[in-house]
Design a protein around this ligand. Sequence first.
Ligand code: SF4
Length: 365
Amino acid sequence: MKFYKRFQTKKINIGNVTIGGGLPIRIQSMTNTNSRDLKSTVKQIKQLEEVGCELIRVSFPDMESALNVRKIKKHIKIPLIADVHFDYKIALEVIKQGVDKLRINPSNIGSQDKLVALVKEAKNAHIPIRIGINAGSLKKIHHSSNNFMRAKTLVCVAIEHIKVLEKYNFQDIVVSLKASNIDTTIQAYRLFASKRTYPLHLGITEAGSIFSGTIKSSIGVGIMLYDGIGDTIRVSLTADPIEEINVAYCILQYMGLRNLGVEVISCPTCSRCEVDLINIVLKLEKKISVIKNLRKLHKPIKVALMGCVVNGPGEAKDADFGIAASGKNIGVLFKNGNIICKISSDKWVNKIISMIEERMIHIQR
Ligand code: SF4
């Protein structure tokens, strides 16, 4: 595993999960169900738990939804973060209901008295607050078209709010400084990390669909992680939140920051390829994405699917398992560097899945 020189941040407990202080970067997502609907919200959180979500955020837009916090918590294992805007009374209610962390944007909570009331209750309940500054909700940020000036505004606003919390001796703070522009976001996080040691929640906000959002997030979050910045990440996608978890794990895994799950290596194919590798890999990744408890593995599994014998055997041999096509609709199966047998391409996906499952049992023993 690669160890980037990470910024030393303060450790913060969110329920039974600790972030900061150089601990593993935690992956979070957000439900997109109606939080007034207990059943569908719990169902989605449980699905996200199964694919490895470690912290879950739910937005509570009104009192009716806020009254569901305790009930939701009864059914889930991971810490629950409440996202509350505009009405501090909703925030007070979610704290009363036992939420594990509060995410607010102090700019829209109202007068400072309201923020102070929240801080006092969060302190009594021993829960952290994320100060989530979002460029989209800052009017003054639009006075400048310069990315650095925008980044500076994000940081100044965050620090203004932090000072209010610190005045009341509250330091259980997590910070995010999000913009949909990658450069503004990176500059804001870099600037903040040079000034304060509160743990940072990373993300490129409103990043878009699975395709564009994955690219934007991988670039933005990847650069910040490479700088050693970040204690928890949320990949924001206009998609099923399960995809956010899958993308987040891939980012951390490919950067060597968390070694969890399965890495699939496959070639782009060319005229030498005599199997339908593109569809085989798509099918394989789909099946892998729904394997339960995959993220609980403490050792990653590397799988290679290659289109011919040019680079195929080399890559396949380096992987835990691999198949290199060796003719029309046929390939050679490798395990731990050794040739096992020839296998027809219609059997590749199921064979690899059964080998992953077998390896999981072995690793978990
Ligand atoms: S591994 Fe073979 S099929 Fe795949 S791109 Fe390389 S040469 Fe082409």
